[in-house]
Design a protein around this ligand. Structure first.
Ligand code: SIN
Ligand code: CO
Length: 410
């Protein structure tokens, strides 16, 4: 549809650092983020017409807005190694993973296919800007921004996700059908996770600028009604307790390295002669029990650093390249006075109280106070400017710059 009009790419604004959580937002149809969280988040679906008012406003003034990323530019991402991409064809269903050869990608005017591009916030500034709109939801919950592009009839079939997702219509129209059905059994004969008994309960056609929020496990099916239909999905993960505890325990086990006294060997001068030589000695069990008590392994504070480090790990395909000509600490400080230092788009930063974790590692442990403050600013505001730490040399901040985890904004 968009090709009949002269259109202009929508340029999403960056949200302010301090979000007005109690004010009504067009993005949520006139309710505030406080109200959205209380009424809908992780509870029930919400359809928002005109969530991005710019689309309708521009149309009124005779200018058609289109996705921030034009079709041909978007398709090129599927050829790249560092972009996680998948191609789904319907009728019959088939599925393949990228990177793709150019000829493997169907032309936009062909029907029944969709291309999914994950982690687009790392590859296009417009996607990164859209994520700033949702920073009233904890960073630890964020997964990524996925962009889908489809030919008419394209979609991934009726399915459910274990994610909270905001589906923003950016180009063309998409028909969404949803159902809060309990039967989430999958069709065992298909190469994709497709529900075998999808019974639509509600149905809408989304136009550019509209948004649909879905909590986990709501069945849904989105079908492209126009060639080049683009849907941008902001997805929020919630890990299982098993995953969190396993990852926390794993890191806790590693941290035993730093505890003095654990190298001591078990001693059993009190061992008596036994008729049950095959049994684990009572003396060992007793001594181990008291060590475990001393370590306080059942206390949450011991787990949280490992769990925060885990949740701050970047996506598997994240790739960091240090600067080609790294600035010396002196030059770095000078630059910091002029240009903001920001996380590389694939970098994840999380805080646990005053401690900051970046890409799976602690950044604040054993660092000077000014370095700790710099990390706290980076974690909260996702940018550092002006402040010049005195203890930069050999600090975790400078190391993170050398590793390419932090970059000067261009
Ligand atoms: C899509 O954008 O085509 C699929 C998104 C979803 O259903 O999760
Ligand atoms: Co889905």
């Amino acid at each position: 549809m968009t090709s009949f009009y002269l259109s202009k790419p929508y340029e999403p604004p960056q949200a302010p650092a301090k979000l007005p959580l109690g004010e009504p937002w067009a993005l949520f149809g006139g309710i505030s983020p406080d109200q959205f969280m209380a009424r809908y988040w992780h509870k029930k679906p919400l359809l928002i017409r005109g969530a991005i008012p710019a689309f309708a406003l521009s149309a009124l003034s005779g200018e058609q807005l289109d996705s921030p990323i034009p079709t041909q530019e978007l398709l090129k991402f599927a050829l790249q190694d560092g972009v996680e991409s998948r191609l789904v064809k319907s009728n019959p269903w088939s599925f393949s993973s990228g990177p793709f050869a150019k000829k493997a990608i169907p032309s936009v005017d062909k029907p029944n296919w969709t291309l999914l591009l994950q982690g687009m916030e790392a590859h296009h500034p417009a996607a990164a800007k859209i994520l700033t709109w949702f920073r009233f939801i904890p960073d630890a919950r964020l997964d990524d921004l996925m962009v889908s592009i489809a030919g008419i009839g394209g979609g991934v079939g009726p399915h459910f996700d274990s994610y909270d997702v905001f589906l923003i219509q950016m180009s063309g129209r998409r028909q969404w059908r949803i159902s809060e059905q309990d039967d989430l059994s999958l069709n065992p004969n298909l190469p994709l996770k497709i529900l075998q008994n999808f019974k639509s309960e509600q149905e809408w056609t989304l136009e550019p600028g509209d948004m649909l929020y879905l909590p986990p496990h709501v069945a849904h099916d989105g079908i492209a009604l126009d060639a080049g239909c683009q849907t941008w999905s902001v997805g929020f993960r919630s890990p299982s307790f098993k995953e969190l505890l396993q990852e926390g325990l794993w890191r806790l086990a590693e941290s035993l390295e730093d505890i003095p006294g654990l190298e001591d060997k078990f001693a059993d001068p009190k061992q008596s002669a036994t008729q049950f030589a095959e049994q684990l000695p009572d003396e060992l069990i007793k001594q181990l029990g008291s060590k475990l008590k001393e370590l306080k392994l059942d206390q949450i504070d011991g787990f949280l650093p490992g769990i925060t480090a885990y949740l701050s790990e970047p996506k598997q395909q994240a790739f960091f390249d240090g600067p080609e000509e790294p600035l010396s600490p002196g030059q770095f400080l000078k630059q910091l006075g002029a240009t903001p230092l920001v996380p590389h788009p694939q970098t994840r930063i999380l805080s646990l109280g005053k401690q900051v974790y970046c890409n799976g590692e602690t950044m604040t442990k054993g660092q000077a106070q000014d370095i700790i403050s710099a990390w706290q600013t980076l974690s909260a505001q996702k940018a550092l400017k002006g402040k010049k730490p005195k203890h930069l040399d050999k600090s975790s901040l400078y190391e993170a710059y050398l590793a390419g985890w932090l970059v000067f904004q261009t």
